[in-house]
Design a protein around this ligand. Structure first.
Ligand code: AMP
Length: 302
């Protein structure tokens, strides 16, 4: 039961035009789990090093995220260093240190294996498949990836995609993965790799969801203050997949609602550095922004 996620738990060092932070809590699985924890029970699979402080573990526990699959081992925690210019849509990776992830071989706790919904957050595609093969029979498998893995492990990534129902990816990664500049054509090509549903994230321009029979566009919430887009994609995924895991409804209508919930969660996340804004949201704030989204793109036909 529940939602299973594998991905990075990290220390991030980030520079934006509005400030700099060093070795703050980050990682694809961290952002995802925190966001999804507002909707469902989350079981996390990842590894951290001996330098990972207890306060971060306590925070994840405070969000009721199951950490039975979080291994602690000798060595340093995964580190990512990135930079954004005034165009906050694209991160420039300055450094990626895999550290303890380099030799991580996850063993899923028995009670994780019958997860109905699995999210393969951004991490080595070999590791994504390793986790997936240990699950029994998930109803839905969703995944994310990034240019780092498209460049370094393309064949493995294509293999993983054969087992994925829903892929979340940003626009430049969709183009890079398919060698196709047109996003509609790129989406169709990715559909042919395996995922029946594809969500292409376009930062402040929102998200386009491609299904075999429909296209849906979810806007991004127009914010006056965006401080740090790090984790926006993972937080979107947490809202989207968390909402689906809560309802277990995968109809077109439910997928559209879930895409809006993803946008709601991502909009909170970018308002502050690290996970500061999404640590402890009031569910009423989430609902109220969800309703704002409805107003944003509603119009009357003549
Ligand atoms: P996002 O901004 O949603 O694309 O994700 C940012 C998060 O991804 C950061 O917190 C990083 O720690 C993490 N990250 C960056 N590069 C990688 C990578 N190659 N593998 C796994 N996680 C990564």
């Amino acid at each position: 039961m529940g939602l299973l996620v594998v991905g990075s738990v990290a220390f991030d060092s980030v520079e934006t035009p509005f400030g700099t932070v060093e070795d703050v809590l980050g990682g694809s699985a961290t952002y995802f789990s925190t966001s999804a924890s507002y909707f469902t029970d989350v079981n996390l699979v990842a590894v951290v090093g001996e330098d990972f402080p207890e306060k971060h573990i306590n925070f994840l526990k405070m969000r009721r995220i199951n950490l039975d699959g979080l291994e602690r081992t000798g060595g340093r925690t995964f580190r990512w260093q990135g930079k954004y210019g005034y165009d906050l849509n694209e991160a420039q990776t300055l450094k990626t240190e895999l550290n303890v992830f380099e030799h991580f071989s996850p063993k899923l706790p028995e009670h994780y294996r019958d997860a109905e919904v699995v999210f393969l957050a951004n991490i080595d595609p070999d590791l994504q498949r390793d986790v997936l093969t240990q699950t029994k029979n998930p109803k839905i498998v969703a995944a994310d990836t990034m240019n780092f893995w498209i460049e370094s492990k393309r064949d493995s990534l294509i293999e993983t995609l054969k087992h994925v129902d829903i892929l979340l990816i940003n626009d430049s990664e969709a183009r890079q993965l398919t060698d196709e500049p047109n996003l509609v054509k790129a989406a169709r090509k990715i559909n042919s790799y395996g995922p029946k549903t594809l969500l292409i994230k376009q930062g402040e321009y929102g998200v386009t969801m491609f299904n075999s029979h429909s296209i849906f566009i979810a806007p991004a919430y127009p914010l006056e203050n965006v401080f740090d887009p790090t984790g926006a994609g993972d937080t979107f995924a947490g809202g989207f997949v968390g909402y689906l895991a809560n309802t277990m409804d995968f109809s077109d209508i439910a997928l559209r609602r879930a895409a809006i919930m993803g946008s709601v969660m991502a909009s909170f996340n970018v308002e502050d550095f690290s996970l500061n804004k999404i640590r402890d949201l009031d569910y009423k704030e989430i609902e109220s922004r969800f309703r704002e989204f409805k107003k944003l793109s509603h119009f009357e036909d003549i």
